[in-house]
Write a protein of this length. Sequence first.
Length: 227
Amino acid sequence: MLQTNLLEAGIYTIPTAAGLVEASTRKLRIWVEGHKSKQAPVIHNELGKVDGKTAVSFTNLMELRFIAVFSGAGVKTPKIRAIMDEARELLHHPHPFATKTVFKTDGRKIVAEIGKRNGIDDIYDLETKNYEMKVVVLKSLRDDVVYDPEGDAITWRPRRRIAPHVVVHPRLSFGRPVLQDSRIPTSALADAVKAEGSLRMVARLFEVPEGQVREAVRFEESMRRLH
């Protein structure tokens, strides 16, 4: 395994990653670690163990986001693994689903063809409830992420609809969800609201808009509901 700079990679435990990509901890553990001798991992984990616990990087998190969408659409893990493996080879990248490549014309075509070879013509869009969008051409997957000039994902808004100011960036607070402008972790704000019992007071204490404190609380509540 290549050495990864933990200060720049982001660090996510299995439960945290599962909450962020909205998948069950059990499923995500299989995608990351495999399952006994029956199933190999779906991703190439950049981190492995951190402080004795399995952890994944921000790059891996972006891959797991796609896997969660495939899984939510009813695609079985062996087929997802086949898609990921073939995409790595054909797109010449170890983590193509963490890049903008899959949204470009050639990338979309390649991944769609890989999907067809694995029996997938369309992927069910859980938001619009239709089958019109071809595999990986889900607008939210593209629009929720900011890419650097090389096309690698660098910032993600995991709950853009309910918390548009909450971002995940691997170099901010070890990748923990934070408010974009103040860079305050959402967990710190939510804990403060619980302790103080007042959104307004916490907004004054941290010198951030009350609406953004409310977003942080909503975000943390959405993470807890998944466990």
